[in-house]
Design a protein around this ligand. Sequence first.
Ligand SMILES: C[S@@+](CC[C@H](N)C(=O)[O-])C[C@H]1O[C@@H](n2cnc3c(N)ncnc32)[C@H](O)[C@@H]1O
Length: 302
Amino acid sequence: MALGPELLPGEGLLIQGENLEVMKRLHSAWGSCLDFIYADPPFFSGRTFRSPSGRPRSGFQDRWPEGLDSYLAWLGERFQIMRELLADTGTMMVHLDAHAVHYVKVECDRIFGRDHFLNEIIWHYTGGGRSKRYFSRKHDNLLWYRKGKEWTFQIDAVRVPYRKSSGYARSGIVSARGKRYLPNRLGTPIDDVWDLPMVNPLSRERTGYPTQKPESLLNRLLQGCTRPGDLVADFFCGSGTTGVAAQRLARRWILCDDSPGAISICRDRIGKSAGVRLRREASPKVGKMAYRFTAAAAGAAR
Ligand SMILES: C[S@@+](CC[C@H](N)C(=O)[O-])C[C@H]1O[C@@H](n2cnc3c(N)ncnc32)[C@H](O)[C@@H]1O
């Protein structure tokens, strides 16, 4: 477990600011302190996304009038400092889709080293429109990279049930040499294609923030790639899905976004959790606007 800001499991910092600036500050304050980074940047979609009404002006622009090279340069500069922020055993998960993932993979290979690539996870979802002109695009791509030689993978935390038709699940198998292999009572190791529903319009977790990712996805990522007490960060945090999952799973966390609308949603969303208590903090270490979420009981005593 890496060190970093003083936080108990489940506690976190929410920072409003331009992430490059914020990451530089974090690095000079705490060095290579992160165990895991989830990065869900703009996808190079050419779209403008607006915050829901009733929130501070903003949302975000995913427009790159100067083209793909300018997008890759912008992202590469940020991924470079994200790599610096990772502890030697840390890993980073980059979330994209078909708009630019193939180009970003090349950029990440350059930054992390091609042999430090661990997985491409395909998140398959249903819902939304269907194309009549080509196969409907119904998946996102998540690229997982390690910084050093060792990393965390909690295989038992993310096992899934065996298929009902699996004979192995019923009675195991016996090898040609007579050795018997029994199924794992926790289920089978998950592979790299995940079927998880999107946040649908009627879902209780829906905040209205555009591009919100489902808690089930972040739960699985944090359970598989981190341990309780680890320090996780999301510098494109949007509506704060990573913070919600990290708080529930007793990971320490840092969230950042430059959109006031996103920060307002994160404050409300995470603040609603019974486990944490919100305190505004003006910390020169992380930027002017930071909020600290302390564990409810411990926070009261501070
Ligand atoms: C795809 S959304 C993230 C959605 C988020 N994962 C969720 O579940 O709600 C990308 C976010 O990155 C933020 N963003 C874009 N550029 C940024 C920058 N330079 N610094 C900080 N945040 C930025 C946007 O405001 C937006 O909220």
